[in-house]
Design a protein around this ligand. Structure first.
Ligand SMILES: Nc1ncnc2c1ncn2[C@@H]1O[C@H](COP(=O)(O)OP(=O)(O)OP(=O)(O)O)[C@@H](O)[C@H]1O
Ligand SMILES: [Mg+2]
Length: 431
């Protein structure tokens, strides 16, 4: 969709802002440019919408050489969030958002309806915010208006220059989440600049790391970048805790789940006791007839008559199956749980539980996958030792693929972990 071909930008006076840059961003992809201040990120962006022209090389958008396109025409198809937001202070929120539609000559009704729609999309109530001026907004709200303005004419391409810069970490986290949700919905081709490698890892489909002098050091997927930094500079830049950052980009995988015994909610308590006894476990996961998670039950709570469903205790720590390992990990920490239950998003079905061992195995595997390519050990410093924990050790770790021989041991061990550690409150999970 966007292609830069041996692009160099020299400013008058001879300073090189961008040096022989070749980079391609696929349609619907989010490409993040990161690097220290002054390394040419903004310049790269400004060349894509012809706010400045390259000294050498060629840039195409949607297959067309942009040197042949009228800059004003070109910018209609490219939303731009400039560094430090840059809302017009004398215009209201609604007027700011409507900047491009007005230029395009949309009528009043169409402009107003689009403005309302966009404010809602970025999480600002139009009734509350449309008539305010930028100085009546918080920093985070201003940034949302900036994003809404860039999206106004529904351009296929978005350039976002540190859109979530000067913002407190909590608001920033929320804006990033909202932006990911938004991007899943609208699927723009995005070039996104940030100083923050965490933000890059979280948002980017691909990340371009620049160093001073406008030199591209590496262009890779977040997982690749973390596992195999191409140079000492990149390694430094992504930081030494990259195995942890990897958690945010690695999804929970069914293969990493353990499967403690399950009992149907309709099962009688006597039967459940018998099952737990014969399986040699203290707890079981309780599921509904539709496969949904209803909680857990321990042998100590299973005395007397009645059904398992009546005694099931709530499992507070759970995630959906498209969650990242990081989300699962923080659930675990938040609820002080020994594991998190994993539910299928689409059906709400219970799939299994993720334990710290499973988490580690998943993380390790994703790092190892990167290493296989590299033929070296870039993640060396995070390796606790050559004895690889997790899936390969029967009975002492996460369950491997179905049928792996570690299963039984891991299962009973896992079930032993569960009771005190995690699920505590009574009743089925609140959903
Ligand atoms: N109009 C200009 N004239 C001369 N030099 C410029 C001009 N604009 C930028 N530069 C120089 O080009 C280099 C790259 O600037 P650019 O704005 O692209 O950096 P950046 O990576 O966006 O930095 P930051 O992270 O601080 O925003 C810098 O050294 C800057 O001083
Ligand atoms: Mg900049």
């Amino acid at each position: 969709m966007i292609r830069l071909d041996h692009v160099t930008k020299r400013y008058p006076g001879g300073s090189v802002a961008v040096d022989d840059l070749t980079l391609e961003v696929g349609e619907g992809e989010l490409c993040v440019l990161v690097g220290p201040s002054g390394c040419g990120k903004t310049t790269t962006m400004r060349m894509v919408n012809r706010l400045t022209d390259p000294s050498e090389g060629r840039i195409s958008v949607g297959g067309t050489d942009i040197a042949t396109v009228d800059p004003v025409e070109l910018r209609r198809g490219i939303g731009y969030v400039i560094q430090q937001v840059g809302l017009f202070p004398h215009l209201t929120v609604a007027q700011n958002v409507a900047t491009v539609p007005r230029l395009l000559g949309w009528n009043r009704a169409r402009t107003a309806s689009r403005t309302g729609e966009l404010l809602e999309l970025v999480g600002l109530d139009p009734g509350t915010f449309r008539d305010r001026y930028p100085d009546q907004l918080s920093g985070g709200q201003r940034q949302r208006v900036g994003v809404a303005r860039a999206l106004a004419a529904d351009p296929p391409v978005l350039l976002m220059d540190e859109p979530f810069g000067a913002i407190d970490p909590v608001t920033r986290d929320r804006l990033q989440q909202e932006f990911l949700r938004l991007q899943a919905e609208v699927r723009k081709t995005v070039v996104f600049v940030t100083h923050d490698i965490d933000e890059a890892v979280r948002l980017g489909d691909r990340i371009a790391v620049f160093r001073q002098g406008g030199v591209l050091e590496q262009y890779a997927t977040p997982a690749d970048l973390l596992a195999r930094p191409a140079s000492a500079f990149v390694e430094d830049f992504v930081g030494t805790d990259r195995a942890l950052k990897r958690l945010s980009v690695t999804a929970v995988d069914a293969a990493d789940l353990e499967h403690p015994p399950t009992v149907d909610a309709a099962t009688g308590l006597a039967e459940a006791r018998r099952r737990m006894e014969s399986d040699g476990v203290q707890t079981a996961v309780v599921v509904g007839s539709d496969g949904s998670l209803r909680g857990w039950i321990g042998r100590r709570h299973a005395d007397g008559d009645g059904t398992v469903g009546e005694r099931a205790r709530r499992i507070a720590a759970w995630v959906e199956d498209d969650a990242s390992l990081r989300a699962a990990f923080s659930e675990m920490l938040l609820h002080d749980a020994g594991w998190v239950a994993v539910l299928e998003r689409t059906s709400n079905r219970y799939l299994g539980v993720l334990t710290p061992d499973g988490l580690h195995a998943a993380l390790r595997r994703s790092i190892d996958a990167g290493q296989d390519h590299a033929g070296q050990d870039p993640a060396g410093q995070e390796r606790p030792g050559e004895d690889r924990p997790g899936r390969e050790r029967p009975g002492d770790g996460a369950v491997g693929a179905p049928g792996a021989d570690g299963r039984d041991g891991a299962t009973s061990r896992q079930a032993g972990v569960a009771p005190g550690a995690g699920p505590r409150a009574a009743g089925p999970p609140g959903r």
